[in-house]
Design a protein around this ligand. Structure first.
Ligand code: ATP
Ligand code: MG
Length: 300
């Protein structure tokens, strides 16, 4: 770790489900990175930012202890660490700067496909394997169901078959891993996305200035991903109906078409995607040359 306290320190996952998107996010913000395999730290070339590449489990603690200024981590890991540290009376302060649009998953209870599971009460007194004992306990306490926690840091999904547990509580995104292990999702106990968090420690102005630059850029990238640039030709006579059909379009630009008096060109930034059904509806109103384009960046 460098002792240079003027550079913003950001902890991200070294390798795993969040690392590619974290690096892309920073790249999208204009941060030029030179990440080398096997290195714990990477310096940005064009901004005063140092990246710490670590296991995702370490990120909440690094932020809460003020070792790094920012971190990107799944809410599942963040919430679990928070509860564990609070229980142990350790420092557990941080601020969530932004919920990000990747790393989506859910923490769910899963049981054997042939299990009798009318509801969560059927797990009363059972053994549940998980890497998230605190999140699981909070949920089960709320449901008033007593259980035995079997702590496993990996291969949770094989626990029932191995006779180690009766059910599991693990992360799910598609459910394919569960299915491959003869399990079915029974109850969702927590929904998670990646979040950008900041240490509670007060930052020197220079570092705060870098954060103030990054945040609107992240916002701009996220907004751009949700938006589309739409262009089309429409008959003047049906202009209002056409505009009504355009999704999330507030103030379209209307332009004349060279050598064409009955039609105009419409350009609009839409806050949502356009479905095929909408395009077909536009076509029925006489619209043509409909283009839906991705937007890379946005600033309002
Ligand atoms: P590390 O070596 O950094 O500890 P890991 O194996 O604990 O890695 P990953 O599997 O890379 O972690 O997942 C990192 C995070 O990605 C999870 O904590 C979760 O927030 C998110 N995630 C998104 N989808 C999934 C999924 N299908 N399964 C597991 N995690 C997912
Ligand atoms: Mg981990």
């Amino acid at each position: 770790m460098t002792s240079d306290n003027t550079r913003l320190r950001i902890a991200i996952q070294k390798s795993g489900r969040l690392s590619k998107e974290c690096q892309q996010l920073l790249k999208g913000c204009g941060v030029k990175l030179n990440i080398r395999e096997q290195r714990l730290i990477a310096h940005a070339e064009n901004m005063p930012i140092d990246l710490l590449l670590v296991r995702d489990d370490d990120i909440p603690g690094l932020v809460m202890d003020g070792v790094v200024d920012l971190g990107v981590v799944g809410e599942n890991v963040l919430e679990e660490t928070l509860m564990e540290r609070q229980a142990q009376g350790e420092a557990a302060e941080f601020n969530v700067l932004k919920r990000l649009d990747f790393g989506g998953c859910r923490l769910s209870l899963a049981v054997a496909q042939d299990a009798d599971y009318p509801d969560v009460k059927s797990l009363e007194g059972k053994r549940i394997a998980t890497s998230y004992p605190w999140l699981l306990k909070r949920f089960m306490d709320k449901q008033g169901v007593k259980f035995k926690s079997v702590m496993l840091n990996g291969s949770v999904e094989v626990a029932p078959r191995a006779g180690v547990a009766d059910a599991i509580c693990d992360l799910v995104s598609t459910g394919a891993t569960l299915e491959a292990n003869g399990l079915v999702e029974a109850d969702v106990i927590f929904r998670s996305k990646a979040v950008l968090i900041q240490s509670a420690a007060e930052l020197p102005l220079a570092k705060q200035a870098v954060i103030d630059k990054l945040l609107p850029r992240i916002q701009g990238l996220q907004q751009a991903r949700e938006s589309k640039y739409i262009m089309l030709h429409a008959p003047k006579a049906r202009l209002e109906e056409v505009i009504d059909l355009l999704p999330g379009a507030e103030r379209p630009t209307i332009m004349p078409l060279a050598g064409e008096t009955n039609q105009v060109a419409i350009h609009v930034v839409s806050s949502e995607d356009m479905f095929w059904e909408t395009m077909e509806g536009l076509k029925e109103l006489g619209a043509s040359s409909i283009l839906v384009l991705p937007i890379e960046k946005m600033m309002e």
